[in-house]
Ligand binder design. Structure first.
Ligand SMILES: *Cc1c(COP(=O)(O)O)cnc(C)c1O
Length: 482
């Protein structure tokens, strides 16, 4: 190559050298974080200061320090005190599959642009269908995230359930889906993208434990029908994001069958429990769902972003998108399972099946049982610690590894407690030893944790409570302090 700049960008020797160094420093990073040797999960910096840092680095930073600096200035999801959001600490081997995927960069839209990964995708989605209890006519795809997968499922539902050709002709009738008020906001967004509007999202109230109130379904549906709105789908959360509570899928399945609705399960977080001998009972009824979403990057130990969308009848997956892009897609309407872009929102997508296949090949499906079961067990353990603590209360008895709780004191009213819990969360974020998040439920401010790391122990969680209690005492209103 004459051009030396391009020559060095593509140099295999340069790649080898940087790659070896990088793997070494990532392994060091992993040792520091998984064992909790590094003191902080996160070095909190204001967004404007972080922006300033990297603007300056681009001009003046040491190129050789780039990768290490990225590591030190990012949140450490492998740290046992990372118990905030639902993004998983990926099994390190899936960082390697990420590397292969990035270098090979197979685009996946048509068969020959991702030969191996396309075959793996069929194997993975077939396995997931089998675990769900689906029959052989089931099938699925991998796609970029739960948000996109939920939208895709609802598009398939609309196509399957309504008599008119909405994809090509649009719709003039009023359409709606039913969903719990605790569902992830992406369901709302999907409905809006589909043009259903505010009235197209029938929010079913939740019971005291934040699951869909099944007894409200019939009256809600009757009410909506009276307004001339046609409901075509109902979405169950497995579990919902804020509290980690599973809807009664069996009851929703019965309701959907009786009323001829598409039944979709948003199992982005906890659909993975189908692998857990101990916890799969939470998903009772899932085999009757028309479609199910499961995120690999949440409870299945994979890096962002990879999601499975499974259909009880795979023909619906082939019918979802009928737009024509002849240069890519053959005209045939037969099920060519190997030309994946026909069934995904994406055209190009990453070789995400490599993560799933490699985990299975290396550790077997037991790895998923071990991961889900140990983290859900930790959720139960943490709940027990909170129940026995006089200064804290649970929002609800958890059903998963998502645990919401708050500091309480009989001397303070809800407003003061909300303010104190908010301050606790902010102080924890800024201090950086732990990472937790927060949520507001029915006007009450809770601290929210998702235990995502099998290295987290009850002892870490006790330390978190001690810290939160100390922060609460420090932030008591002055009248109480004196
Ligand atoms: C995380 C989550 C989503 C969104 O999935 P992404 O992969 O982040 O797009 C949807 N639904 C539920 C229940 C979730 O927990």
């Amino acid at each position: 190559m004459k051009n030396t700049l391009l020559g060095s960008a593509y140099s295999s020797e340069d790649f080898r050298k940087r790659g070896h160094e990088l793997i070494d420093s990532l392994a060091d990073h992993l040792e520091q974080t998984t064992l909790g040797k590094s003191e902080k999960v996160l070095d909190w910096v204001l967004p404007k200061d972080e922006h300033h840092y990297w603007t300056d680095f681009l001009k003046n930073g040491d190129e050789n320090a780039l990768f290490k600096t990225i590591m030190s200035r990012s949140i450490h999801v492998h740290h046992p005190k990372y118990i905030g959001h639902q993004v998983s600490p990926p099994a390190p081997i899936t960082a390697l599959t990420g590397l292969i995927g990035s270098l090979l960069n197979n685009g996946m839209a048509v068969y020959e642009m991702g030969k191996a990964a396309t075959a793996m995708e069929l194997i993975i989605t077939d396995l997931l269908c089998e675990k769900l209890g689906y029959e052989p006519k089931a099938g699925g795809i991998l796609t970029s995230g739960g948000t996109l997968a939920n939208l895709t499922a609802l598009l398939a539902a609309r196509k399957a359930m309504l008599p008119n050709d909405i994809w090509n002709e649009g719709h003039s009738q009023k359409l709606a889906i039913m969903v719990s008020e605790q569902a992830h906001y992406c369901i709302d967004r999907a409905a809006k993208i589909m043009g259903l509007g505010e009235k197209g999202i029938i929010k079913i109230p939740t019971t005291s434990n934040f699951t869909m109130d099944i007894t409200a379904l019939e009256t809600s549906l009757a009410q909506v029908k009276k307004e001339g709105i046609e409901v075509f789908a109902i979405v169950g959360s497995a579990p919902s994001t804020a509290t980690g509570m599973y809807d009664d899928l069996k009851a929703i399945a019965n309701f959907s069958k009786k009323n001829k609705l598409w039944f979709h399960v948003d199992g982005a977080h906890g659909g993975a429990a189908i692998f857990s001998a101990k916890y799969k009972n939470k998903l009772k009824g899932i085999s009757e769902a028309d479609s199910v979403v499961i995120d690999g990057h949440k409870m299945m130990m994979m890096p962002t972003i990879t999601t499975a969308l499974l259909f009880k009848n795979r023909a619906h997956s082939h019918a979802t998108f009928s737009q024509k892009a002849d240069y890519l897609l053959e005209q045939s309407t037969e099920e060519d399972w190997y030309n994946l872009a026909k069934r995904t929102f994406e055209c190009t997508k990453s070789m995400m099946s490599l993560h799933w296949y490699t985990l299975l090949k290396t550790y077997g499906e037991t790895i998923f049982d071990d991961f889900v079961t140990s983290l859900y067990d930790l959720g139960q353990g943490f709940a027990e610690i909170i129940r026995n603590h006089s200064s804290f209360e649970l929002a609800v008895d958890p059903m998963s590894n998502i645990v919401c709780f708050r500091y309480v004191s009989t001397k303070l009213d809800t407003t003061s407690l909300n303010s104190i819990n908010e301050k606790i969360r902010l102080a924890i974020l800024e201090e950086g030893e732990f990472y937790i998040v927060q949520t507001k439920l029915r006007g009450i401010h809770y601290l929210r944790t998702t235990i995502m790391n099998p290295y987290t122990t009850p002892a870490h969680l006790e330390i978190l409570l001690d810290k939160a209690e100390a922060l609460a005492t420090a932030n008591l209103p002055t009248a109480e302090n004196s």
